[in-house]
Design a protein around this ligand. Sequence first.
Ligand code: ADP
Ligand code: MG
Length: 235
Amino acid sequence: MLEIENINVRYGPIHALKNISISVGESEIVTVVGSNGAGKSSLLRAIAGTVKPSKGNIFFKEKKINSLSAPSRVKSGLTLVPEGRQIFVSMTVEENLLLGAHSQNRSQVKNLVESIFDRFSNLASRRYQLASVLSGGEQQMLAIGRAMVAKPKLMMLDEPSLGLSPILVGQLFELIKELHSEGISILIVEQNTKLALKTAHRGYVLELGSVRLEGTVSQLAADKILAEAYLGESV
Ligand SMILES: Nc1ncnc2c1ncn2[C@@H]1O[C@H](COP(=O)(O)OP(=O)(O)O)[C@@H](O)[C@H]1O
Ligand SMILES: [Mg+2]
């Protein structure tokens, strides 16, 4: 479904991604883990089209999408729930969802937004309130809801668990599994390596802009380097 071939991203003198190749298959949950600064967000931004790679190709549903704008990528079924949620706190909960649906047919927008309110009662009861009144967990729900109204085939999530309590993190990962069971492929970036490996099928470990390791989650979990560096276990 998604194929990334030798992507390079540079910010001036900083070479943030060096020949990264990854893939996400139909109905797969794939995780990318790695420390702060490894290049995880840059990778998702390159796929979403908000950062332009200096080299490399991106294929989505067998089509090369290198030159597609970010909104056209959303329209084709590729959405990103960005790091730090990025919801608009001076707009209402409903307005935030309407923004996510702007690429959809007008006739469908109302139903799409209602389907989010049916699913998340906490959001429904705050529909006309500013998004700033939401708790951290509810803001993450809203960010995911905003991505869902764009009817994604592949949803990318950038560190969705950041700043959430353990209970909310558990609920969040249940939601991610639900979305997957409804037919959405998932690419999830996490610093919470343990949880990511529990939820995903396959994964990649990024280090300083390169893929250090890749494999099924059981292969990764059994890897000594990964265990020492990311799971806090001395092997
Ligand atoms: N907008 C930017 N301008 C300059 N450097 C950036 C920018 N965004 C990220 N970087 C740098 O690129 C590298 C990778 O960052 P990032 O993709 O945010 O990593 P991660 O998400 O894994 O923490 C880091 O060295 C970071 O400082
Ligand atoms: Mg990041």
